[in-house]
Design a protein. Sequence first.
Length: 219
Amino acid sequence: MMKNELKKAAGWAALEYVMPGMIVGVGTGSTIAYFIDALASIKYQIAGTVSSSEVSSARLASYGIPILDLNKIKILSLYIDGADEINDKLQMIKGKGAALTREKIIAAVSDYFICVADESKKVNVLGHVPLPIEVIPMAQKYVERQLMQLGGLPQYRQNVITDNGNIILDVYHLDISDPTLLEKEINAVTGVVTVGLFANRGADMALIGTTEGVKIFTK
């Protein structure tokens, strides 16, 4: 099966967890694009969405799906998002689409977080892909030096400005054997907006598209 078919299967599988009247947190990425397509099929049953990026907002708006302000919502029952990598503990690396900060905010607010991905994203140890970090531009060189002290090799992502007006550093060669600790260490560096490690608040469930169908993983 083509990878896109696996992504589509995972994206549509998430629809089963969307209940009538719910406000749904919507992530960013190629698998989430399929989820938004699926959500459009029941758009009149939901109360609205909270979007993690301008890209997702544009796709939601194209279907006429309402997008709500997170600050005006008290309860967000469900968040659906993808991952660049996900391990057995449902901890993730995210941020390839440069939306990691808004994604992390929505994840923090949501009661339940479902990750949708194809089987290529499932790993034993995180770190096969670079770790994205959103950084205040003024702090770029300082943050790079701190990351090198942690053993990483940071690279500035060219021509990318986040929806929050910041830059992205992609960090290679980091030891991510303890994702929770590393997330705390990097977030503690002044000038870091957030790191694309979703370890302290990982997913509650993963729907992984495989050649044998969509597999469900829970904590």
